[in-house]
Design a protein around this ligand. Sequence first.
Ligand code: ZN
Length: 407
Amino acid sequence: MSKTIFIVILIIVIGNYLLELILSLLNLKNSTKEVPKELCDIYTPEKRDAQRKYQRVNIRFGALTNTISLAYSLTMLFVGFAWLNNNILLLTQNPLWHTLLFFLVYITLSSLIDLPSSAYDTFSIEARFGFNKTKPATFLKDSVVSWILSLVMQGVLMLVLVLGYIWQPDWLWLIAWVVVSIIVIFINLFYPQIIVPLYNKQIPLAEGELRNAIVEFANKVGFKVENIYVMDSSKRSTKANAYFTGWGSKKRVVLYDTLLEQLTNEEIVAVLAHEIGHEKHHHTLRGMMSALAKMLLLFVLLGIIIKYDDFALAIGCEPTFVAKFIVFMMLYQPISMLLSVISNVISRHHEYQADKFAKDNGMADALISSLKKLTINDLGNPLPHPLNVFLTYSHPTLSQRIIALKQ
Ligand SMILES: [Zn+2]
């Protein structure tokens, strides 16, 4: 049994690697085609040339990092996990300490392995194309903050799971689901107050023309916006965005300062009209519900698998909680991918709905010009392969959105 499990894991890990490779090759093949006519005005020959170069560099670099991470996964599967699991077992037999120590080492190791490629991406690729604004000190601070954050988050998750497992193994799924759901909802509620300040400063948008235009539009469509913030994203990158975050009275609009530099006031209002469209259709709430439902499925399956020692033996580990958990997460990967494809289909539908809301409120042209500016500034891919769009895109392509907005 444990041998079969190991082979299934190998098929999943290698299959995933090959799928990513095939998807990027399909994108590369598609990039020789003509740009859709809706986008000809922004993809001038020079821009198209720069975009193709940017895409090619990213595909090559992606293939390299995927290969490194495949090698890392295989090393961990064949020897790493067993070595880590069995050696920590010599230090402590206590399942709680064993699990926490295991994750401390594993997360630190994974963060260190990611560090060089992330640095190369930021300081070489992004810098070469003029996107990078990150200073080495900011990069270092971000890396440390992200490492601590994932230690805390995963540590808390593992704490809940191990304690639930020790206390009531048959009800692990329910205990884990309830506790983790409460934590997830709490973090979502206070995301702008807890997580964002670890990386960025947010200051209220100053009184003036833009603020008035936003409030006026929001009032017109019967939507309350009180908290409008500007975030200093320009200290990392020139890429721009805007989003709504938090719930109820904690809800706030966050505008990247780079957005204010690149767009006119009317275009910014159009971007917000799209975001208000999401709120009006309760997409955030629905997204949260589906995330909780997915978590329930994950914990129910975990509750079943965690009882069988064969899953730990499959990767040469003494049957500890954490070894079985690691194997479970690897086996869960195809299910998680299938769920994300479904989520992407729904999300693309939501994007059309939000665009339609902006259009119905007279913002179609301004939204089109803002989307065009943002895409060309980021050298976005005008021609992703349809299979890529279907499997991995949470948003329709720019030309699909423009066609729908013009209808
Ligand atoms: Zn959207």
